[in-house]
Write a protein that binds this ligand. Structure first.
Ligand SMILES: [Zn+2]
Length: 488
């Protein structure tokens, strides 16, 4: 995190109510605000549940899901690196966010590693590269020789200031984080909706924000409809998580990703009287699916849920980007797309992902071999240099190499998922003790076999954000249907 940096924000405050009417900000603050869409959910859970955070807020069932990854023994993951990928998921926009005045995402930056034997010419085949440390090479050694990438992305280095929005742009930001171009008409309209009278003259203030305040604003953007006012009042956040209608999704990402045919089978123990899902017996594919929530950038989650999610102010922020002009307000269409549909970081996608999400395309890197002085270059920038193209290994693959294994979780294996998305290895004894703990009579319990497709998958993602009964709420459409008896 950039230490000691400060953002200033001019705000107009209704003195009587101590309420923010709107803020006026330039590129530095708006860039930070827009960057909120880029970190994966796992990073957001981690940042906002730091021990220093007294509020210890829970985000639906995501906090328990994150804790499950942390508590699950390494032997259940294909690789130790895979577990760390879920606990510290990379931000695919890290290169951009690095240039922010305050970057709250403190996840390690992308580094490059190769097998030491590779550099001593002891390997046959294409040179292999990893973007994570301690990934196994095909030869069995660990790929832990860090490589320097010389003259990396020139396009990134060209522009020195401004990350997402143009340097000269100026914006008005409402209390619920709608971002608008700073125009006379906007100001007048906002003031008139507030009903300014002579007795109630708004006061101009300047808000100084460090890392702590930006983290508070991120928290407010997820939980509150008035995050700027909450910041000014410095009190506890008003929690406005509203469950929105289930079952209505307008997925934005539809082109070229067809995951419709994939389905996962789960067995759910349902309480007959209340149609509540008590727990589910699942296999590794479903656990991979749940854990993958932690790797999805916040902006992609909003996009997957069709712009409608329980995070009120984040949804406003997202919708604002749609209406901002490329070049006039946002620097390029690529950056606009990056914010509206941030992709998974490189090598984070699971083979059988049921949700229509993508991972970033890796740049074509080449290695210039020179023993211990070997280095990497971006082929695009130095087309005439003598070098060999490197291939990225899949850090989830336990034997090394580039073959993509299914996902993070080693199979075949059976797991138990509770209603709040706690995931533990399956055991009949823990089911019995769970039923005892919940004081449930066995007569009221039935087992349902369900097939999870994209619609149910989106329902579960949505419920994981807003509910501590994510299984029940996410599968409500299926649970409401009467049980279908199997044909004999
Ligand atoms: Zn090797």
């Amino acid at each position: 995190m950039a230490g000691g940096e400060e953002l200033t924000l001019k705000i107009l405050v209704d003195k009587a109510q101590n309420k923010v009417l709107f803020a006026e900000a330039g590129e530095e603050f708006v860039d930070v605000l827009l960057s909120f869409l880029t970190p994966p959910l796992g990073t957001i859970v981690r940042l906002l549940s730091m021990p220093s955070d007294s509020s210890q807020l829970k985000f639906g069932s995501l906090s328990t899901l994150y804790q499950s990854v942390s508590a699950l023994q390494t032997k259940h993951f294909w690789t130790k690196v895979g577990k760390d990928m879920l606990l510290n998921p990379r931000n695919s926009a890290a290169a951009q966010c690095q240039k922010l005045k305050i970057d709250i995402d403190d996840t390690a930056r992308t580094k490059y590693f190769m097998c030491p034997d590779m550099l001593n010419n002891k390997h046959a085949g294409s040179p292999l590269l990893s973007t994570l440390e301690d990934v196994k090479c095909t030869c069995g050694s660990l790929m832990n020789t860090q490589m320097e990438l010389v003259a990396s992305d020139v396009r990134l280095q060209e522009s020195t200031s401004g990350v997402f929005v143009t340097e000269t742009a100026s914006f008005i930001i409402t209390d619920d984080l709608q971002i608008m171009p700073n125009l006379l008409g906007t100001t007048v309209a906002l003031l008139s909706t507030h009903g300014k009278t002579d007795r109630n003259v708004p006061e101009q203030r300047t808000l100084k924000m460090g890392v702590e305040e930006v983290l508070n604003l991120l928290r407010g953007s997820l939980l509150s409809k008035t995050p700027l006012t909450d910041l000014v009042r410095q009190g506890p956040f008003s929690c406005d998580i509203v469950k929105s209608d289930t079952g209505k999704y307008l997925p934005r990402i539809t082109d070229s990703i067809n995951t419709n045919c994939r389905r996962m089978a789960v067995k759910v123990l349902v309480l007959k009287s209340t149609k509540k899902a008590l727990l589910a017996q699942v296999e590794e594919d479903f656990v991979d699916f749940l854990f993958s929530f932690l790797t999805i950038p916040l902006g992609s989650v909003v996009s997957l849920l069709g712009g409608e999610c329980s995070f009120w102010s984040i949804s406003n922020l997202y919708k604002s980007i749609l209406s901002l002009d490329v070049e006039r307000h946002i620097k390029s269409q690529d950056l606009k797309d990056m914010l509206l549909e941030p992709m998974l970081a490189q090598k984070f996608l699971c083979k059988n992902q049921i949700l229509p999400i993508r991972e970033v395309e890796a740049p074509t890197l080449c290695c210039v071999f020179n023993g211990p002085h070997s280095y990497l270059i971006d082929k695009q920038n130095s087309p005439f240099l003598q070098c060999s193209q490197v291939i990225c290994v899949d850090p989830k693959n336990p034997t090394g190499g580039t073959t993509v294994v299914g996902g993070f979780i080693k199979g075949p294996a059976t797991f138990m998922v509770s209603d709040d998305l706690t995931v533990i290895p399956f055991s009949s004894l823990s089911i019995i003790s769970a039923l005892n703990r919940l004081n449930i009579s066995l007569g009221d319990v039935e087992e349902r076999e369900m097939s999870i497709g994209m619609e149910e998958a989106l329902g579960l993602l949505k419920a994981s954000l807003e509910s501590t009964s994510a299984l029940t709420d996410g599968l409500s459409l299926v649970l409401q249907k009467p049980k279908q008896e199997k044909n004999p």
